[in-house]
Design a binder for this molecule. Structure first.
Ligand SMILES: C[S@@+](CC[C@H](N)C(=O)[O-])C[C@H]1O[C@@H](n2cnc3c(N)ncnc32)[C@H](O)[C@@H]1O
Length: 260
């Protein structure tokens, strides 16, 4: 049973803040409060159960189950069975999405995250969920690291609540996309504005170009409430499922002119 904390969301209007700037207070019972940004994963993961309490209990995040359902629905349109898949979980965090996927059964589950605190929290709170969990920066993989991941022959990529917004950059996503098998499966979620042509950020450009490219066959696109904002407004995302048709070649990536 995870410990419960006293948490306070800011009274003032935080609506002006971007999604990676929003914060909450952690109260210690003696009148002291610590301000923590929702994206300060290192700090949050060090405190057992805090991420679950804020993001899942209070903000009602439903992305792990939605992305898993979308993957299942995608696979149901083929002969591929989920329990035979070797899955790479990009931005695995403290294992919430991995745990959800594992409930349905997969052949192998490999986690990757950029911060050691994510792996430590997973080992502490969800031991045994992953067959391997790597702390790596997918924007700067060494050839040994790349070989380590590919030694698992992953044939499915999932990424839950980890793409864009100062989290996983487009280059890292493309690296992961290219690490899975040529005809592998993908399922991930993105904020709804990422599909809007007026959003010209690197990630939006990548996602729009990829979805309509010859490198991915889109099987399923679902709009849903990812979670609530700190002000209680619903935040809508798309969960996407598809089949990779080919590795993305360097010229395509260069043509996107992604920021460094
Ligand atoms: C909002 S958390 C999501 C965690 C988990 N997927 C879940 O559903 O609860 C985003 C995660 O992405 C990780 N992340 C950010 N940038 C990354 C990168 N370049 N490579 C790998 N992981 C990254 C963060 O460390 C964090 O654990």
């Amino acid at each position: 049973m995870l410990k419960r904390y006293r948490i306070q969301f800011p009274q003032t209007d935080v609506g002006e803040l971007s999604q990676d700037e929003v914060y909450f207070y952690l109260l210690n019972g003696q009148g002291e409060k610590t301000k923590i940004r929702l994206h300060e994963y290192e700090r949050i993961y060090r405190i057992p159960g805090l991420y679950e309490q804020v993001v899942y209990d209070r903000l009602k995040c439903q992305s792990p189950s939605t992305v898993t359902d979308v993957l299942k629905y995608t696979l149901s349109q083929s002969d591929q069975r989920l329990n035979e898949l070797r899955v790479l979980d990009l931005g695995a965090g403290n294992g919430m999405a991995g745990e959800e996927l594992k409930k349905h059964g997969v052949s192998r589950l490999i986690g990757v995250d950029i911060i050691p605190e994510a792996r430590e929290a997973t080992e502490r709170d969800r031991p045994g969920i992953y067959d391997a969990y790597y702390v790596m920066d997918l924007c700067a993989l060494t050839s040994d690291e790349r070989e380590e991941i590919t030694s698992w022959s992953p044939e499915c990529l999932i990424s839950v609540a980890a793409l864009g917004f100062g989290d996983i950059p487009a280059q890292a996503f493309l690296e992961a996309f290219n690490l899975i098998a040529q005809h592998g499966w993908v399922s991930f979620n993105i904020k709804e504005t990422f599909l809007d042509r007026t959003d010209e950020s690197g990630f939006s450009t990548l996602i729009r170009e990829l979805i309509f490219s010859k490198y991915l066959d889109l099987y399923h696109l679902q709009r849903y409430r990812h979670r609530y904002s700190l002000e209680g407004e619903p935040l809508y995302y798309f969960a996407l499922g598809g089949k990779k048709t080919a590795h993305v070649p360097a010229p395509f990536i260069e043509s996107l002119q992604l920021p460094d």
